[in-house]
Design a protein around this ligand. Structure first.
Ligand code: HEC
Ligand code: HEC
Length: 297
């Protein structure tokens, strides 16, 4: 369906005429057809979302965007006051009461500035239990049992977003129609280098690590892909929502039940390593046979 063009270059090639939004109406909200835009997380490069559907409220503010694979929703601004109260209780001691990373009597830059990060980033760090942080000296905030509920996370995301509205919004993945084989191929290409093909995670440079991807809810997988937490790259225009959905399907189903399609389960070392082990065994056997044959002469 969607003729979503994910590459700016392709859009430029397609000509500016293709970028003209087609306006349709969905109830009281306007639904527009856009051609592209990356899924930025930073206040520095926030732009129009890459979507076939964009829904605005009567003030013209984008409240949802996406397509049949993933819809991204802004947390409702009716949650702003609750979100601010929760932020002051749970986050301001480090990130400051303006969420700008400057706590009372604190040093500027001691903690990340959260203004303009976009609701998906805020939601991911709370719902994955990383925030509120327990050990500020840790090289990497670990995934933990969340201490705030989903509704509280969304309320905090609403308030932080009200300070400087940004993308991406919180994704809602429609896994129906996802292609798990394509997801596996895309995962091998884009994710396995760090997380391993079986999703068990691996050590990276300077004490950081790519965590295990077992038992991560679909929303958080999509959020991680679109926002790139900490040392993970952010996948924006280079993966379409349909490709992200395929990857999410692979991560939330196949990776949970790894199969060994053949050979020995060598701890998921992959075909190259398995082939290499085979080679070593084979050469070893040949050497033995040669030795044995030689002795007979
Ligand atoms: C005890 C101090 C502390 C508290 C409390 C705390 N944080 Fe953090 N936060 C940190 C530190 C330190 C980091 C950097 C961690 C890292 O990069 O692994 C961080 C990182 C983040 C990030 C990632 C920023 C980025 O640039 O990607 C987000 C989002 C965040 N915190 C949100 C929150 C929210 C929301 C709360 C309240 C629910 C909260 N934090 C409470 C210390 C804290
Ligand atoms: C360059 C290495 C790298 C690549 C490539 C990478 N990741 Fe990550 N990923 C990380 C790191 C590092 C973290 C942990 C970030 C943090 O919390 O500090 C992470 C975290 C995650 C999380 C959160 C897990 C949790 O514990 O909550 C998910 C989900 C995830 N990655 C999925 C993916 C997917 C899917 C891809 C491919 C589209 C991918 N990653 C590509 C390094 C990588």
């Amino acid at each position: 369906m969607a003729t979503v063009i994910t590459r700016v270059g392709a859009c430029v090639a397609a000509g500016l005429a293709a970028l003209a939004p087609v306006v349709a109406f969905a109830g009281t909200a306007h639904a527009q057809t856009f051609s592209y835009t990356p899924y930025q997380t930073s206040r520095f490069d926030a732009g129009t979302p890459n979507s076939s559907v964009v829904v605005r409220n009567h003030h013209g503010v984008v409240i949802s965007y996406g397509d049949s694979a993933i819809m991204y929703h802004a947390p409702s601004s009716t949650l702003d006051a609750l979100g601010q109260a929760l932020f002051l209780q749970n986050c301001a001691s480090c990130h400051g009461d303006q969420a700008n990373g400057i706590p009372a009597n604190g040093t500027p830059g001691a903690y990340p500035n959260l203004v303009g990060l976009g609701p998906a980033t805020i939601d991911f760090w709370i719902e994955s239990g990383r925030m509120p942080a327990v050990d500020t000296a840790a090289v990497e905030a670990p995934r933990r049992q969340p201490r705030l509920t989903h509704d509280q996370a969304v309320a905090i995301a609403a308030w932080v977003n009200s300070l400087d509205p940004s993308y991406p919004y919180i994704p809602s993945v429609n896994l129906k129609g996802a292609n798990v084989a394509d997801g596996a191929a895309l995962f091998a290409l884009n994710c396995a280098a760090c997380h391993t093909i079986e999703g068990d995670g691996d050590a990276l440079a300077r004490g950081t690590y790519a965590p295990s991807l077992r038992n991560i809810p679909a929303t958080q997988v999509a959020e991680a892909i679109r926002t790139g937490p900490a040392n993970m790259p952010r996948f924006t225009g280079n993966l379409s929502d349909f490709q992200v959905r395929d990857i999410v399907k692979y991560v939330t189903t196949e990776i949970q039940h790894p199969r060994n399609p053949g050979g020995f389960g060598l701890g998921g070392l992959g075909p190259v390593a398995e082939g290499f082990v085979g080679l070593l065994l084979g050469v070893g056997l040949l050497a033995l046979v040669g030795f044995w044959v030689g002795e007979r002469q």
